[in-house]
Design a protein around this ligand. Structure first.
Ligand SMILES: O=C(CO)COP(=O)(O)O
Length: 126
């Protein structure tokens, strides 16, 4: 079965997400990808990946991804959060990260952990 990965980045982390996805493009192209709205749009336009887009994070996209995760439909979350900028939807962000912990789903919240998680998933799928 394809790895099911959710990709989310806050505005000041979106360039990092595009660079990360470009680096792992060959692997991510074999996965089933889900993203919040704006992040997903950039991954489609700039990296050429096929991505199912949810609503944008501030209007409920994180919650939509959280609901899918709770239903067992997501294997891994890469969530490049911006720790320096207050977010209006902080409760939604916390709910998604909490759902990862409740359901024991890997959640990489910075680039270093994203590299570890994606490279390990890649190895497991070889
Ligand atoms: O706000 C986000 C995650 O909390 C990301 O949403 P967008 O990808 O729509 O910008």
């Amino acid at each position: 079965m394809k790895a099911r990965i959710a990709l989310i980045a806050h505005d000041r982390k979106k360039d990092d997400m595009v660079a990360l996805a470009t680096e792992y493009r060959a692997f991510l192209g074999t996965c089933s990808l889900l993203a919040t709205g704006t992040t997903g749009g950039r991954l489609i336009d700039e990296v050429g990946l096929q991505v199912t887009r949810m609503h944008s994070g501030p209007v409920g996209g994180d919650l939509q991804i959280g609901a899918r995760l709770v239903d067992g439909e997501i294997d891994c979350v890469v969530f490049l959060r911006d720790p320096m900028t207050p977010q209006p939807h902080e409760p939604d962000i916390n709910a998604l990260v909490r759902a990862c912990d409740v359901h024991n789903i890997p959640c990489a919240t910075n680039l270093a952990s994203a590299h570890l998680v994606l490279s390990q998933l890649m190895l497991q799928r070889r």
